[in-house]
Design a protein around this ligand. Structure first.
Ligand code: FEO
Length: 141
């Protein structure tokens, strides 16, 4: 299964956000490892729940700073966060009901992997660039 390696190409140029993205990717990779190794279902659920929880934490950080900075494209960004949050919740539910299926593995490998990379490189980078251009500093969670 396909894990993600954080490289400078995924940097948005803001340490707090980059650090959270690194942790986010670590949780994603742990879920991939657990699924690929066919760990005990409870262990897999735990990794997926850590991923869901951390996704919520990370999104909350970005959303707090979007509101504080009055980011004009916040609705677009929040929509993407909502989309992924719902998808992850459904993924955990599907796993609890059906276990590791080819669909779930494919889903992790393709959509989720691509979504994370695409989101960081486009939507998050757009926000980071806007904050720099508008003199807003993201320095705390
Ligand atoms: Fe880094 Fe918009 O999630």
């Amino acid at each position: 299964m396909k894990k993600i390696t954080w490289t400078e190409s995924l940097s948005v140029g803001i340490d707090l956000i980059d650090d959270q993205h690194k942790t986010w990717i670590t949780h994603f990779n742990k879920a991939v490892d657990a699924l690929a190794s066919h760990h005990h279902p409870e262990q897999i659920i735990k990794t997926l729940e850590f991923l869901v929880d951390y996704t919520g934490t990370h999104f909350a950080t970005e959303e707090k700073h979007m509101k504080a900075s009055k980011y004009p494209y916040m609705a677009e960004h929040l929509g993407k966060h909502q989309e992924l949050s719902e998808t992850l919740t459904n993924l955990v539910t599907d796993f609890e009901e059906e276990g590791v299926t080819d669909d779930l593995s494919d889903y992790i490998n393709t959509f989720l992997n691509n979504w994370l990379i695409d989101h960081i490189k486009t939507i998050d980078t757009k926000f980071a660039t806007w904050t720099r251009d508008n003199g807003y500093s993201i320095v705390e969670a």
